[in-house]
Design a protein around this ligand. Sequence first.
Ligand code: V55
Length: 404
Amino acid sequence: MTATLGFIESITIEELEKDPYPFYERLRREAPVAFVPALGMYIVSSKDLCAEIAKDSDNWPAVISAAGGRTFGPGALLNTNGEEHRKLRDMIEPHLQPSAVDKYIDALVRPYARERLEAFDSDGRADLVSAYCEPVSVRALGDLLGLNDVSTDKLREWFHKLSVSFTNAAVDDNGDFANPDGFEPGDEAKAEIVAHVDPKIDHWIDHPDHSAISHWLHDGMPEGQTRPREVIYPNLYVFLLGAMQEPGHAMATTVAGLLSRPDQLERVVDDPTLIPRAQSEGMRWVAPIWSAVVKAATKDVTVGGVDIPAGSAVMLSYGSANQDEHAYDAPTAYDLDRPVTPNMTFGAGAHACGGTYFANAVIRIGLEELLEAIPNLERDDTRDVDFWGWGFRGPKELFVKWEV
Ligand code: V55
C-alpha cells in the first residue's frame, strides 16, 4: 500500500458532513481509490470505478459499513447476496414495480401533498423541508407499508435517528467505533419500532391486508407460514431510513437547485413536464444517498492502481461519482439544460435501488403540487440554504417565501 496522503490522513467525518465536495474533488484528482483512516475503509470517488464495482456483484458482493451493520443487523437487503438477496428482492418488488406504483401513487401522494400546502402559514414563508418535503415523503411510504397509525412526525424522527446511527462511521486507530454513544438514537428508534410493529405483525399473521408489510409476511411462504420477524425487521429498518428520508432530500435538493437558477425554475413552473428532468438533475447534483454503499473485495485486487487486500470494505461514494469532471461539465452547478448523462444516484447492478420508480413518482408528484400551489416561489435570502450530510445529504432546512 502506498503511504496515505496528508489530506486523507487528517480528514474527519464531521468535515465531510459539513461539506464533502472539496475533499472529494481532491480525491478524484489525486487518489480516486484511497484508504481513509477515519473510516477504516477504502473510498472510491470516480464515476467509472464506482460503476465498474457496482455492476460486478460476483467479485464485489454488497456488504454494509460497520456502523450500518451495527444499526440494521444481518439479513438486510443491503448486506445479503446471491439467492438470499434474490428472495428479499422478490419480497419487496411487487409493490415497487412501475405497473403497481402507477395504480396507487396518485391517491397515495397527491391528497396529502395538497393538505400540507393548504396548512402553510398565510404569511408567505415556510421551511419546505419540515413543512412539506419530509412529511410528503414519509406519509406516502408509511401508508404503503401499513404504518398509517404512526404519525408523520414520528416517522420523521425514526428516519433521522436511524440515519445518525447508520452514518456514525468514525473509527479509532484500533478500528473500533470512535463514538459508540452515537448508536443510541438508532437503538431508541428500533426499540420503538419493534414495540409498535410487533402487535401489528401479530394481527397481520391472521388478518392479511393490502399493506406492504402484510405482503412481506405472507408472499411466497408455504401455506400456514409467515416470514420470520428476523427477516422482516432489518429490511423494515432499511425502508424506515433510506426510503423514508431520501425522496424528501431529493425534493428539497431539486427546489434548492431550481432556486439557484430562477430562469430555470420559471421554465419548470410554466411547463411541469420538465419536472422529471429537474429532479433527475437535482439528484445528480446532490445525490441523496451520497456515500452509504459498501462492497467487499473477495480477493486481493488492484483497482485504479491501488492494491486492495481480500476482505477489505470499499465504499462507493456515489455523490462524488455524480460530480466527476470526466463525466460532467461544471459538475458543481445545478443545470436543467446539461446533457442527460446517466448518474449513480440509484446505484447499479444487482443491488441497484429497488425503489427507483416509486421514489421518482413521489418526488415528481410532490414537486408538481408544490409548484402548482406556489408558482411564485423564491428563496428567503435572509436564511442560508443549509445542506448537510456525507452518508445521506440534502438541505436540513430550506426557507422560501412568496407573494401572497
Ligand atoms: C442505503 C439505502 C437505504 C438505507 C441505508 O444504499 C442505506 C444505501 C434504501 O435505504 O436505509
